[in-house]
Write a protein that binds this ligand. Structure first.
Ligand SMILES: [Fe+2]
Length: 305
């Protein structure tokens, strides 16, 4: 039996300052190859030291029965999730990633789509923790409050959202994930920034991702996810992925978790905008000062004959 661990890792966006940092334009390049060699040397000396934890779901392994069986958890959490954690720890030990937070490892190793070796394991660890926390015993039903308001605004109705989410999960070809995300990023390509940001830029959208990819790499804020790798449902549903998806939506989703994540995302977006505004004002003030100093020094110059 696994004790509840909800309180120990309930913060959904512990990574967000890192996300902002990583997308602020100062993306670092990793010296992966040389560090990889060091990693191998250390591993041979038997000094592998786990940095990333294999965290348990925030409920017991049989708490979601009959909708998700203990046997599924024993394989899915006990073996698949554990393997991602163990492999990631082996990959990063002795490298410059060793001291990074999981979210930062994901962003650095995504490497603008040209992924580095630890990316898949790192993203899969994050995705699975997020997935366990997306469910709860006695889940399902409908959301309320601000979350429901935004769902109605951005999808037309709760039923329309459910239909779109189910379709995304069912049509993800092969292995992957379906997500509800809060999309608060702005068009920012090189030196071209959306000149007219508005509240309409901030909205809920449904996306799907292949294999280990998650929406953090697109600067989106994940609110809900379903794992559609076969290992997530085969023991309980065999090849009936649509039945698994329906059960997830109707019996397992923790709308409390989704609401908390939305609140955290909105708070972080507001803080990010405030910080961007502060930097912009500071820059403009410096420019004004430089201009004033330039004009003043011009006035001191003796006029030419
Ligand atoms: Fe999985």
């Amino acid at each position: 039996m696994v004790a509840s661990a909800a309180a120990s890792f309930a913060t959904p966006f512990k990574c967000s300052p890192l996300i902002s940092q990583a997308f602020s334009g100062s993306t670092r390049s990793l010296q992966w190859r040389s560090n990889e060699k060091r990693n191998v040397r250390k591993a041979h000396k038997g000094v592998i030291k786990a940095k990333i934890d294999h965290r348990p779901p925030p409920y017991s392994l049989d708490d979601l029965e009959p909708h998700m069986s203990r046997e599924t958890f024993e394989y899915h959490w006990g073996k698949h999730h554990r393997a991602y954690v163990d492999n990631l720890n082996k990959q990063i030990v002795g490298t410059e990633l060793d001291t990074k937070m999981l979210e930062e490892i994901i962003l650095l190793t995504y490497n603008k789509g040209d992924v580095l070796p630890p990316f898949n394991n790192a993203a899969q660890v994050w995705n699975h923790e997020f997935f366990w926390e997306s469910m709860k015993p006695g889940g399902g039903g409908e959301p309320s409050g601000e979350l429901l308001k935004l769902i109605n605004r951005d999808f037309g109705s709760f039923e329309a959202f459910v239909s779109e989410f189910k379709a995304a999960a069912a049509t993800q070809f092969g292995s992957g994930w379906a997500w509800l995300v809060y999309k608060a990023n702005r068009l920012d390509v090189g030196n071209s920034v959306n000149p007219c940001p508005s509240d309409e830029d901030k909205k809920l959208v449904v996306v799907k991702s292949p294999n280990a990819v998650n929406p953090l790499v697109w600067d989106y804020f994940p609110l809900l996810t379903i794992d559609v790798w076969e290992h997530a449902y085969y023991l309980d549903f065999q090849n009936r992925r649509p039945d698994y998806i329906s059960t997830f939506m109707e019996k397992l989703v923790s709308w409390d978790a989704v609401s908390s994540r939305l609140e955290a995302a909105q708070t972080l977006v507001a803080e990010r905008e405030k910080e961007e505004e502060r930097i912009k004002t500071e820059y403009e003030d410096e420019q004004d000062l430089e201009l004033r100093e330039m004009y003043l020094s011009d006035e001191d110059e003796p006029e030419a004959d």
